[in-house]
Design a protein around this ligand. Sequence first.
Ligand code: GLU
Length: 302
Amino acid sequence: MSKPQHPTQTASGTVTRFAPSPTGFLHLGHAYAAWVAFEFATDNHARFLLRIEDTDQTRCQPEFERAILEDLRWLGLTWQEPVRRQSEHLPLYAEYIQKLSGRGLTYPCFCSRKEILETSHQQNLPIGPDGPLYPGTCRMLSEKDTARRLASGDAHVLRLDLEKALQEVSSDLCFDEQGSDNDLPKGSTLVDPTNAGDIVLARKGSTTSYHASVVIDDHLQGITDVVRGRDLYSATHIHRVLQELWGFAAPRYHHHAVLVDENGRKFSKRDRDHSLQAMKKAGKTPADLKEMIEENLAAQGQ
Ligand code: GLU
């Protein structure tokens, strides 16, 4: 299995993590991601942490978290306790986001998903890490209209005002890419700030979002090396911007290839047949899974 490596890495002080979201059962793609991160930790004598990213309380379920822990043990992973559960730190994320709001870098957005999709379709907007880039509709609202809608309790998310945020970060912001995905350039990589647009920092009815809590936790847990799939590569660009805004040190990034199904698409948590639970029930062993992973990567030329 191809492994991320950092040639100049010293053994001590290296910390990495695996950070699944309990919104469904883990599948073969997760098994690969978990093994790559774990092997990186083993090879580099790093601390290996497990973080449960369960801030989306409408989609996360305790049943999925139980299955994740069981599956990871079955794969042979061990991690340092305690496991961090993001749902136990919601007020903390709100404090960090409030710091950005206090600097005028956020705004409430009342658009529905449908409205965003329609506008971005009409304007033919590019795709960012969370789908079509937000067209900025609510950024243009007058202060009076925003205040009126907030006062009437209209549901809203909190977005980063990227244009304003970029005035506070250096234009040659980079991240260090050390991944094993053959298609990605290695080494110092210039951040493309336009890639993500005005991302959501706090979802409707929540104090946070994936982007905010992952960046805050990587910092608080002292993660030196983020090992994750290249499906999150475009998110890394905006994560670097958030790290700069909050004054956090940047970890190294190791983006690995992402396994695909027979239609060339990323495995989905909805596809129960490829879940680790289903494969275990069908009598497959972790060694069988490793073989399937090797074949999957070889078919992609990885
Ligand atoms: N929780 C994210 C996921 O399940 C991964 C976060 C990360 O590795 O940065 O896709």
